[in-house]
Design a protein around this ligand. Structure first.
Ligand code: NDP
Length: 234
């Protein structure tokens, strides 16, 4: 009958592709949104990952609707790129608060139910940039690298209870986030990708579907690149 799943930022982009794929696989899938409403066929909860109270309310709604979260996909994320010399402290902390502290908030809230059930799956959506770094992305890269330490610590804390915590590190995926780049930036990125194409949100969703499954029980604390070879060597 499937699992109870929450995908943060599942209202669009990579998160939406993940949510749809998990729903197609037979899971009960909830997504957070910040006012857009839920995409068709998915259970929407209004919550900002920077607000622990809103998240608590959202988790209660999900528990009522489809049971405690068994699979958490922490996907909500933002970027705010600029060179370090020009990056304000607010720009740094805002990106960290969403991408890293946001992941901590949802993971902490979801862990209660997983511990009770003695089964759980955490999947954190990081980025190739978290491992390679990126000029103008000190805030974003730090937040995405932080997810690796977070997931691996969770693996050590909860690994003996049938709970896994893994990181997916996408490369260049076509979404609103990458559509903001200039044509030159896109072309330069393409040259670096051995696969010779940009990624599709579905490329990421297929990997998350596996990590959420029973078959992935012995994959824990891993960082899985989904980048067409862009980041090879990590
Ligand atoms: P989009 O910009 O298309 O979507 C971002 C999603 O995150 C939206 O659903 C957005 O919700 C949500 N979100 C942002 N801030 C918050 C917040 N404070 N609270 C709740 N939800 C929030 O991005 P992508 O789909 O491209 O990216 C998804 C994830 O994948 C991100 O973590 C990103 O860093 C990562 N990633 C993306 C890559 C790419 O090439 N696209 C590559 C590597 C990693 P709303 O609609 O309300 O704004």
């Amino acid at each position: 009958m499937g699992r109870s799943v929450l995908v943060t930022g599942g209202n669009r982009g990579i998160g939406l592709a993940i949510a749809q794929e998990l729903a197609e696989a037979g899971h009960r899938v909830a997504v957070t949104h910040r006012g857009s409403g839920a995409p068709e066929g998915l259970f929407g909860v209004k919550a900002d990952v920077t607000d622990a109270e809103q998240l608590d309310t959202a988790f209660k709604q999900i528990e009522e609707h489809q049971g405690p979260v068994e699979v958490l996909v922490s996907n909500a994320g933002i970027n705010d790129d600029t060179l370090l010399m020009r990056m304000s402290e607010e720009q740094f902390t805002r990106v960290l608060d969403t991408n890293l502290t946001g992941a901590y908030r949802v993971a902490k809230r979801a862990s209660r139910g997983m511990l009770r059930a003695r089964w759980g799956r955490f999947v954190f959506i990081s980025s190739v940039i978290g491992l390679s770094g990126g000029a103008g992305q000190v805030n974003y890269a730090a937040s995405k690298a932080g997810l690796v330490g977070l997931a691996r610590s969770l693996t050590r804390e909860l690994g003996s209870r049938n709970i896994t915590a893994n990181v997916v590190a996408p490369g260049f995926i076509v979404t609103d986030m990458t559509n903001e780049l200039t044509e030159e930036q896109r072309a330069a990125a393409l040259k670096q990708i051995p696969a010779g194409r940009y990624g599709d949100p579905a490329d990421v969703a297929h990997v998350v579907r596996f990590l959420a499954s029973d078959e992935a029980a012995y994959v824990n604390g891993a960082v899985l690149p989904v980048d067409g070879g862009l980041g090879m060597g990590h």
